[in-house]
Design a protein around this ligand. Structure first.
Ligand code: ADP
Ligand code: MG
Length: 253
């Protein structure tokens, strides 16, 4: 068993009468590629929003590497290494691919004020941008304006932008949304490869079950804001409650 990276204790969040998180208790471990699944409205995005800091829980606590971050603002979590990418495309379309990666790479070094001066002298930053470009397979698109990329490559770039902040833990909320099957496989192979070097722990929300079960080391199933299944892909596939409320015939077939 690897070290704990995030611990969630009795987390609750309601929107009016909707319980989006209902007594969620989970511990995530370093380097374990984990998927969160569940039907639409299960509370997946709400959970990630609370963990990354964009919405506060009603009650409960969140610990990142042992530190209580329940009320910590997003930017401080990012500095600590807890990052997320969004369900919607979140890049600067008029900037090039390399420029999109340069911004977070500068920010993490507190160098954004140098923007108008000697960025070109920051060789370490440029080396890192080049390394990320290679890791995400966009090394030939460095000087392409982001809006000219295919939709799939824009999503790949988003993952790169998140990686440039050097996350220890990275949440990807439906990174394959709107992608065609070829692009999906590509981004998920990327995640698998990036996860294997263990610098970043990935937690991914994905609705394609084939992808989830082939990719993940651990699967967490949410339904009406509750964790109803959690374990290896085999365990979750065979869990009667998961099959009943969520997977149904899909898994039986
Ligand atoms: P998922 O990501 O699993 O599809 P969400 O976390 O987006 O689910 O939503 C969980 C539930 O909370 C849904 O019923 C949704 O309508 C509700 N919800 C989410 N965000 C809000 C919000 N800002 N205001 C009101 N209801 C919300
Ligand atoms: Mg969602």
């Amino acid at each position: 068993m690897t070290a704990e990276i995030l611990k969630i204790v009795n987390l609750n969040k309601s929107f009016g009468r909707v319980r989006a998180a209902s007594d969620v208790n989970l511990t995530l471990y370093e380097g374990v590629l984990t998927s969160i699944i569940g039907p639409n409205g299960a509370g997946k995005s709400t959970l990630i929003n609370m963990l990354s800091g964009s919405i506060p829980p009603d009650t409960g606590r969140i610990y990142f590497q042992g530190a209580d971050i329940t009320r910590m603002p997003v930017h401080r979590r990012v500095k600590m290494g807890l990052c997320r990418s969004f369900q919607l495309v979140n890049i600067f379309p008029e900037m090039t691919v390399a420029e999109n990666l340069l911004l977070p790479a500068l920010a993490i070094r507190n160098l954004t004020r140098r923007m108008l001066r000697a960025i070109h002298k920051e060789t370490a930053v440029h080396a890192e941008v080049a390394q990320i470009l290679e890791r995400i397979g966009l090394e030939n698109e460095a000087h392409t304006v982001a809006s000219a990329l295919s939709h799939g490559d824009q999503r790949v770039l988003e993952v790169g932008v998140a990686l440039a902040a050097r996350p220890k833990l990275l949440f990807l909320d439906e990174p394959t949304a709107g992608m065609n099957p070829v692009e999906r496989v590509r981004i998920l192979e990327n995640v698998r490869r990036l996860s294997a070097n263990k610098e970043t722990t990935f937690v991914i929300v994905e609705h394609d079950m084939d992808i989830v079960f082939s990719l993940s080391e651990r699967v967490i199933v949410l339904h009406h804001g509750e964790v109803i299944g959690d374990g290896t892909t085999e365990a979750v596939k065979n869990d009667p409650r998961v099959r009943e409320v969520y997977l149904g015939q899909e898994v039986a077939a």
